[in-house]
Write a protein that binds this ligand. Structure first.
Ligand SMILES: Nc1ncnc2c1ncn2[C@@H]1O[C@H](COP(=O)(O)OP(=O)(O)O)[C@@H](O)[C@H]1O
Ligand SMILES: [Mg+2]
Length: 225
């Protein structure tokens, strides 16, 4: 099956932001994109009937052209802003890795391009006794690692990549994402990371959209996938 698993070195590094861009580029390239954010925490109650709105999933769904209902994109939603494993435990109905695996595959056919966003970082707990890494390994898709471009990024990236390789997964590349306005003129994480890695490192500038570097890179994967 063709697809990617989008993970991060941490939460709030830009997984959804990058995922939306990748989904749009894939669509523009003629792919039918199925996005899955199988579990989302920190959801807000938007209506009086207690429906939880998964904001990442809503935006990913739109970026993919709304080919799937929101219930398919994100079937497991929780209000507390904690790890998915913990949020599920608070409801007294533990979430199993198999539930998430099934949710990722539901409605997906061989012609589709599956784009999955995990929850938190690569080693964040996502289901009972399971990490994002376990879901990624179960899906067997190549991994796109998103990293916040700030001091410490080299350490976090190299640690995450070692973990990705330990699960036997292919690393598509790293998106070094400028989540805040650059404030350190001495920092060049892009040059530093490229020195350590064979995989491509794409720098995503602050508030850049659409991203010019991401598009040719994504089109290249499609050709190779
Ligand atoms: N390149 C960027 N420029 C400006 N803001 C960004 C950029 N990437 C992410 N952000 C912002 O950072 C926050 C976290 O991004 P998000 O994509 O939600 O991260 P994650 O999915 O990893 O939790 C959001 O408010 C998002 O709008
Ligand atoms: Mg997100």
């Amino acid at each position: 099956m063709r697809g990617i698993f989008i993970t991060g070195t941490d939460t709030a590094v830009g997984k959804t932001t990058v995922g939306i861009q990748v989904a749009e580029i894939l669509r523009e390239s003629g792919q039918r994109v199925r996005v899955r954010k199988p579990v989302e925490t920190g959801c807000e109650k938007r209506t009086k009937i207690d429906v939880l709105e998964p904001s990442d999933a809503v935006r990913l769904q739109a970026a993919a052209g709304a080919v799937d209902a929101l219930e398919i994109v994100c079937p497991y939603r929780y209000e507390p802003p904690v790890s998915a494993e913990w949020a599920a435990r608070l409801t007294n109905r533990p979430l199993e890795l198999g539930d998430l695996h099934a949710a990722c595959l539901k409605g997906v056919s061989d012609d589709d391009f599956l784009l999955i966003e995990g929850a938190g970082g690569f080693y964040s707990p996502i289901a009972r006794g399971a990490l994002n890494a376990d879901l990624a390994a179960g899906m067997g898709l190549p991994v796109l690692l998103v990293v916040a471009d700030r001091l410490g990024a080299v350490n976090q990236t190299l640690l995450a990549i070692e973990a990705i390789h330990m699960r036997g997964l292919a690393l598509l590349g790293v998106v070094l994402n400028q989540v805040a306005e650059p404030d350190n003129p001495f920092l060049d994480n892009h040059a530093d990371l490229q020195r350590w890695l064979l995989a491509p490192v794409i720098h995503q500038a602050y508030n850049s959209h659409p991203d010019l570097k991401l598009a040719p890179w994504v089109r290249n994967w499609i050709r190779e996938a």
